[in-house]
Design a protein around this ligand. Structure first.
Ligand SMILES: C[S@@+](CC[C@H](N)C(=O)[O-])C[C@H]1O[C@@H](n2cnc3c(N)ncnc32)[C@H](O)[C@@H]1O
Ligand code: SF4
Length: 459
């Protein structure tokens, strides 16, 4: 591991030493590691049947294919050299759409549609249009609906850009990661800056104005100088939003990450410095930080949502999506209803088998208990706003005043360490410690106490 701990301040060094324990990213609570086969096709069926005419829903389509493997990749994807497997998958996705649509009430109000992956731009234009086509009887697109697509800028064709615009896509999210060639070589992802610039220009020319970039810190060979250079260059393109993900090195889950030479990865102190340098530079470039890892230009609707306290956290990170129901389609996709979370099988052959037998390809999930709902509210509030008033949560759920007494003991230790502030039962994570938000959330995670599931580094 590369060590760069000299310049780190004593307080943060002590916090890193004390809280150097892998924690989840809390894109849901309970997290996906705790889903199990207790949620099956029948249960999901009954959850969907509880939906009512006119309810708000969002849709997620997972396209698990890419042309080339990035060695850092933690997504659920498969490398394909031909279109045949993608074509077969589109047929299955259509079948799944039909099976689910038949179970739905009419006139659902669609708020967000998200295409994730993998690289959805691998689809042929006509297949993208086909997937996006929804039953008019069952779905009504809300007039402010967001249709967002994750895009690999290296492989998107100009024809696909035109199709996305024509189909009403409102937002694209481009994988940028890092512009430094040495870093790019070490992660098997060569992507010239000029290519990103050309793709961004083309989206804008075609009328897609809302653009996100994904950046990653914690990659091999990154230095504070190199990450600042990446940020200076990419912020010239003025994407509305930038996500700054910490590299999750989880080779026990993604074996191909072993292709990355671990000796070239930064240690936890260097990761902290990389994060800090990136945050400072993004602010210098006019971006405002949201939650743990999102940044937006000052007039962005996500900042408005943060100020109006309507910001949410879901599998895409932070979101303005107001729908309480997400219908997931495709292998490995996760959805949710008021009752709980549900995930499709990730194995393509099982996905195919289920649909060929006219079964929903559900493999696992979790039904939410009242304890889960309380803890989810605390964790989501902390993740979005870096503060939570436990007194309000106790009142809202009519809980015994002692409900959080165990957590409060641990929070007091965190307060002594300078990580959080506690006033009455109001917990605040000061801005300079926001990178530790997941560690604070983990105190409220009752599954972590019983399960030793491994997640990713705390910063
Ligand atoms: C589905 S990809 C985005 C679209 C497209 N496939 C691409 O890479 O350009 C989702 C994003 O997840 C992030 N990501 C993937 N693996 C990661 C990992 N191991 N740690 C942190 N972020 C990761 C990357 O920033 C990537 O852009
Ligand atoms: S990072 Fe994106 S392009 Fe690279 S393998 Fe993962 S999903 Fe595919």
């Amino acid at each position: 591991m590369i060590k760069q701990s000299e310049a780190i301040d004593a307080c943060h060094k002590a916090l890193l030493d004390k809280y150097d324990r892998n924690v989840p990213r809390y894109t849901s609570y309970p997290t996906a590691t705790h889903f199990d086969s207790g949620v099956n096709e029948q249960i999901y069926h009954s959850w969907i049947s509880n939906l009512n005419k006119g309810d708000s829903v969002s849709l997620y389509f997972h396209i698990p294919f890419c042309q080339q493997l990035c060695w850092f990749c933690g997504c659920s994807t498969k490398i394909v050299k031909r279109y045949n497997p993608v074509q077969s998958y589109v047929e299955l996705l259509e079948k799944e759409k039909k099976l689910i649509t038949e179970l739905l009430p009419s006139s659902l109000d669609v708020r967000h549609i998200h295409f994730g992956g993998g690289s959805p731009n691998i689809l042929r234009c006509e297949d993208f249009s086909r997937i996006l086509k929804l039953s008019n009887e069952k779905f009504t697109l809300h007039k402010q609906a967001e249709i967002a697509v994750e895009v690999d800028p290296r492989t998107i064709s100009s024809q696909m850009i035109v199709t996305l615009a024509k189909e009403g896509v409102t937002r694209v999210s481009l994988g940028v990661q890092d512009v430094n060639l040495k870093v790019q070589k070490a992660i098997n992802r060569i992507q010239p800056y000029e290519k990103i610039q050309q793709v961004v220009d083309s989206f804008r020319l075609n009328g897609i104005e809302k653009i996100n970039f994904d950046l990653i810190y914690g990659l091999p060979y990154q230095s504070c100088e190199s990450i600042i250079h990446t940020i200076d260059l990419v912020s010239k393109l003025r994407p509305d939003r930038i996500s700054l993900f910490g590299y999750a090195h989880v080779p026990w889950m993604r074996r191909h990450q072993l292709l990355i030479n671990e000796t070239n990865l930064p240690d936890i102190y260097s990761r902290f410095q990389l994060y800090q340098s990136a945050v400072d530079r993004l602010k210098h470039q006019g971006y405002v930080q949201i939650g743990m890892d999102h940044f937006a230009l000052p007039d962005d609707e996500m900042l408005k949502a943060k100020n109006e306290k309507t910001l949410k956290r879901n599998f895409q990170g932070y979101t303005t999506d107001p729908a309480q129901v997400l219908l997931g389609f495709g292998a490995s996709s996760i959805g949710y209803t008021q009752e709980g979370y549900v995930q499709n099988t990730s194995a393509l052959k099982d996905y195919e088998l289920a649909l060929n037998q006219n079964r929903l390809p559900v493999s696992r999930g979790i039904q939410l208990s009242s304890d889960d709902l309380i803890r989810r509210e605390v964790i989501e509030t902390l993740m979005c706003y870096l503060e939570v008033n436990l007194e309000m949560v106790l009142a809202e759920y009519n809980l015994d005043p002692e409900f959080f007494s165990g957590e409060l003991i641990e929070l007091k230790t965190m307060e002594k360490a300078g990580l959080v502030r506690i006033k009455n039962l109001h917990i605040t994570i000061p801005a300079e410690n926001r990178v530790f938000v997941r560690s604070v959330c983990s105190l409220f995670d009752s599954f972590l106490k019983t399960n030793k599931a491994q997640h990713s580094l705390p910063v």
